[in-house]
Write a protein that binds this ligand. Structure first.
Ligand code: GBH
Length: 470
């Protein structure tokens, strides 16, 4: 796609929002400054053996002190919008009570800089950094604490934030954080993790309500990660476990939000989800607040095979997954990212088509709130050497064009009103359990000096954005 910037620019409709995304814990650093309290991720990263390279996010990309440079990079890039997250423990160091003026001041400065730069802010209220002082998502009370926090932010920033995302990927928090132990808080509860899903969904619904009561003028939505699922073979067990995986990864988090009820579990797994039935009766209406947009994160499809695997996960770690009766099978026919994730832009179109099929008129306008890839890169950026990440250019162009081509009238995902696409990520950053070993950035960050150097993909996207019709 290098050299075909015009072609891609020509596919982007007028008014379509193109942005870049980050999250607080992955970029900010300064974890003890401005009165910030510890989050579960601070605790987790300081435990032995949790993070692949033994790193922490204490400094990360040092965005906390370099945010003005990062906004300048976005202005130069020419993006319409910036999706970032607000660190709950900066605003409420203990997860409840009085707001930290220092914490608010940081996001106040960031928002001002974005406004001056003409970059529209999309704020995620929760991208995994739960205040460590709270009991966490297994406890229903955390949903109410989250709604209080949301209300406060709505009051303070309601006039300046254009789009609000309540929770980023409750599926990943549930599966990686509570079921498999790959993410904070590191629990390996398998199916006993389901209350964490329910309480996040409840927290989402309460937060939407809280933001609207606070009178925010921006759009309000949620971000779910979707991974279209296919059985690895034609054995009956493969199909049954594929349906189970689709249920726990995709439907469980989208159906309650969009349809106002939990999906019917596939045969013969009903028993595993019994706890959700009761919860559903009481909270279904709270969870299903009408939304202004639905955020979709897409990385890769899942191919499911019956039988336990070796427990290795797409996040690069052995996990409790080895005690499940199914595993994720490889995609030998497809190219792979630095993480080993299959490169499958066609399945982004499938994810969009499934949204149209499953949710029909209940589906609000869709924004792709994350799409991107890590690749093994030779230069680290900071020494001034530019990274020639042609693979990332192809990845982004293939995914953006697949999404745009799938959503026109008469197309596969007709019915999806696609409004935007955010690249994950602006910067190389702290990639959770993989530490700094996986680089997703359009901009490289020197691991020693934290100096920023735009990669070839940054310059390419800059040309695409400049070539759009105005
Ligand atoms: C996103 O998560 C995050 O929002 C972002 O912070 C992160 O940096 C980015 O992706 C890149 O990782 O099959 O049960 O083992 C998406 C990460 C990783 C979610 C793989 C689903 C598979 C769960 N996805 N995971 S499982």
């Amino acid at each position: 796609w290098l050299g075909r910037e015009r072609e891609l620019a020509g596919m982007i409709p007028r008014g379509f929002e193109v942005g870049v995304a980050t999250s607080a814990f992955q970029i900010e650093g300064a974890t003890r400054e401005g009165g910030r309290g510890p989050s579960v991720w601070d605790v987790f990263t300081h435990e032995n053996g949790r993070i692949l390279d033994g790193s922490t996010a204490d400094v990360a990309t040092d965005h906390y002190s370099r945010f003005a440079d990062d906004v300048a990079l976005m202005r130069e890039l020419g993006v319409d919008s910036y999706r970032f997250s607000i660190a709950w423990p900066r605003i409420q160091p203990r997860g409840r009570g009085q707001l930290s003026q220092d914490g608010l001041a940081f996001y106040d400065r960031l928002l001002d800089a974005l406004l001056v730069a003409g970059v529209s802010p999309m704020a995620t209220l929760y991208h995994w950094d739960t205040p460590a002082a709270l009991a966490g998502w297994l406890d229903r009370d955390t949903a109410y604490r989250f709604a209080d926090y949301a209300f406060s932010l709505g009051e303070v920033f309601g006039d300046r934030i254009d789009s609000w995302v309540t929770i980023n990927e409750p599926a990943t928090v549930t599966l990686n954080g509570y079921a498999l132990g790959l993410h904070a808080p590191g629990s390996t509860l398998l199916f006993d993790a389901l209350p964490a899903a329910h309480h996040q969904l409840l927290g989402h619904g309460l937060a939407v309500d809280a933001l609207r009561s606070a009178g925010v003028r921006g759009r309000v939505g949620i971000t779910n990660v979707h991974s279209p699922v296919e059985p690895a073979g034609d054995r009956e067990d493969d199909a049954a476990y594929a349906a189970l995986f689709d249920h726990v990864h995709n439907r469980l988090f989208a159906d309650p939000v969009l349809l106002g009820r939990y999906p019917e579990p596939p045969e013969p797994f009903q028993g595993l989800f019994a706890s959700l039935r009761e919860a559903d009766r009481d909270d279904a209406a709270t969870i299903a607040q009408p939304l202004d947009f639905y955020g979709l994160n897409y990385y890769f499809p899942s191919r499911i095979a019956a039988g336990p695997g070796d427990g290795s996960s797409p996040d690069g770690h052995a996990s409790a997954m080895s005690s499940l009766p199914f595993h994720l099978a490889p995609w030998p026919e497809l190219g792979r990212t630095g993480f080993g994730w299959p490169i499958a832009p066609g399945f982004l179109a499938v994810a969009l088509r499934e949204l149209a099929e499953r949710y029909g008129t209940a589906l609000p306008p869709v924004v792709i709130t994350e799409s991107g890839a890590s690749f093994v890169e030779t230069a680290d950026g900071g020494d001034g050497a530019r990274v020639d990440d042609g693979a990332r250019i192809d990845y982004l162009a293939d995914h953006l064009s697949a999404a745009l081509a799938a959503t026109g009238p008469g197309r596969a995902a007709e019915g999806v009103d696609l409004r935007g696409f955010f690249v994950w990520s602006l910067l190389d950053n702290f990639e959770w359990a993989a530490g700094y070993t996986q680089k997703f950035g359009l901009v490289g960050v020197d691991p020693r000096t934290r100096d920023r150097t735009p990669k070839a993909s940054y310059h390419w996207l800059q040309t695409v954005l400049g070539d759009r019709e105005r």
